[in-house]
Design a protein around this ligand. Structure first.
Ligand SMILES: Nc1ncnc2c1ncn2[C@@H]1O[C@H](COP(=O)(O)OP(=O)(O)OP(=O)(O)O)[C@@H](O)[C@H]1O
Ligand SMILES: [Mg+2]
Length: 445
């Protein structure tokens, strides 16, 4: 019996589930050599018709943001999904697959359920190909060896259908960047902030420009953030994600781009398949390793064969959702590539005023502070990046907490000294500028 409280979204697909259940029962009877009853056949015909009409109207499937698919593809998707929506049908599938330890159907069971003939079975194999829509959209996953490969629904699909909270699963090869970042915390020159806001327009007004005004629908949008380490590229991506209310995932290009030929393609398909239709911001770091001038394949990046590079770019462009590529090296960028992005934004090292603002926001707000700790003065003192200031500000706070005192210039100066020393280069007190006098023993600490 259907739970009356079940969310409405599942209701338009009820005929899909009932039809599969009935097909399962019919198959069980046929295997036992029992003839099918007329009533069951009549009901099956009725359900076929309701399913056909429902699919034509897009009822149920459209809310899920998947499709459009062929009839056979919808059949496969419904079979993969039904064990998670109606567990009793999962148990039925398990009974129909002796020895199977789980409720998901194999391709062979789907073939038998729908009594597919040889030609249709070939179409089934094609529909389950890695590049076919079901796999590319990430709505069906397949594990094992044909034809006994197990079919599972894409992650989160059943949760979405049932209105349950989606399990948080990072797309393969990516990591969640946690936290929230408001615009006010982002310290950049006004024109860069304007560029970032313009990039947001591509996300906020797509419907108007593409659907109402007939603008061409490009994928993405894709932005390139270029600038030295610690200048706020990831932080700016987090600001965009916060404004959209979407999670930010950082993709490890090193893990994604495998040196084994063909693996990259699979990794890409897996990644983009799993993110299809999911609202999120994707950030690809170290994009410079991919954007060397075309034809110029240097030793360090010869594992990124040129072909794979252009494939990766094309694949990123096809993806519908914001992608942010980051690089520390603007110089490497081929202008032909730069033109493919909706925004190219340079992140400069902060000037004195920007550094003062950064010190102000990055010293822990409720930490006790000696009056001599003055953000303007700190901004003038040493040319750290925002990342450097964040580290130094936190280290100063820990030094003060360890000494059970307020943050003073001594803690700040020592923290800056430590931050500068991270490069591994030989430091002299002159590197600390006016802060040097707060730690006279500098150089020995
Ligand atoms: N422009 C900025 N505005 C505000 N905060 C900043 C800025 N730049 C850096 N920060 C602070 O420094 C931290 C580190 O910066 P972030 O990780 O964004 O640098 P990045 O440019 O992505 O560096 P990398 O190239 O090494 O990945 C941020 O979390 C933020 O706290
Ligand atoms: Mg970063």
């Amino acid at each position: 019996m259907r739970n009356l409280d079940a969310p409405r979204a599942a209701a338009p697909l009820d005929a899909e589930w009932e039809r599969i259940e009935l097909l399962g029962h019919c198959l069980a009877r046929m295997r036992q050599g029992i003839a099918l009853e007329d009533a069951a056949l009549g009901r099956l015909r009725e359900l076929h018709e309701r399913v056909r009409l429902g699919r034509e109207a897009g009822a149920g499937w459209r809310e899920l943001g998947v499709g459009p698919f062929s009839g056979l593809e919808y059949d496969v998707l419904a079979c993969a999904l039904v064990p998670e929506v109606e567990p009793r049908i999962g148990w039925l599938f398990q009974q129909l697959q002796p020895g199977s330890a789980q409720p998901y159907p194999s391709a062979a069971l789907v073939q038998e359920l729908f009594a597919l003939e040889a030609r249709e079975a070939r179409q089934l194999a094609a529909a389950l190909g890695e590049d076919a829509p079901l796999r590319r959209q990430g709505v069906v996953e397949m594990e094992g060896t044909w034809p006994y490969a197990t079919l599972r629904p894409g992650r989160g699909l059943a949760a979405r259908l049932l209105g349950l909270p989606e399990p948080e699963v990072a797309p393969p090869g990516s990591h969640r960047v946690r936290g929230r970042a408001p615009w006010e915390a982002l310290v950049l020159p006004e024109d860069r902030l304007a560029q970032l806001r313009e990039f947001m327009l591509w996300l906020q007004h797509r419907r108007t420009v593409v659907e109402e005004w007939g603008g061409s629908a490009v994928g993405g949008p894709v932005a390139l953030f270029a600038g030295p380490s610690g200048t706020g590229k990831t932080f700016a991506a987090l600001v965009l994600a916060t404004e959209l209310g979407w999670p930010l995932y950082r993709v490890d290009l090193g893990a994604l781009v495998s040196k084994y030929i063909g693996e990259t393609e699979k990794n890409l398909n897996r990644l983009f398949g799993s993110v299809h239709g999911r609202p999120m911001v994707l950030q690809f770091d170290e994009a410079d390793s991919l954007f060397g001038r075309r034809g110029e394949v240097k030793e360090a990046r010869d594992r990124y064969a040129n072909l794979e590079v252009s494939h990766l770019l094309a694949r990123i462009e096809q993806h519908e959702g914001p992608c942010i590529l980051t690089t520390n090296l603007r110089g490497h960028l081929d202008p032909a590539f730069a033109r493919r992005f909706q925004a190219v934004i340079e992140f400069p090292r902060p000037d004195e005023r920007a550094r003062a603002r950064l010190w102000r926001t990055l010293l822990p707000p409720r930490a006790p502070r000696e009056p001599e700790v003055d953000s303007e003065r700190l901004g003038e003192a040493v040319p750290l990046t925002g990342g450097g200031i964040r580290n130094a500000a936190l280290h100063a706070a820990y030094l003060a907490a360890g000494a059970q005192k307020a943050i003073g210039m001594r803690e700040v100066a020592l923290a800056v000294w430590r931050e500068l020393g991270k490069d591994g280069r030989e430091l002299s007190p002159a590197d600390l500028g006016p802060l040097a006098r707060f730690i006279p023993e500098v150089g020995r600490c």
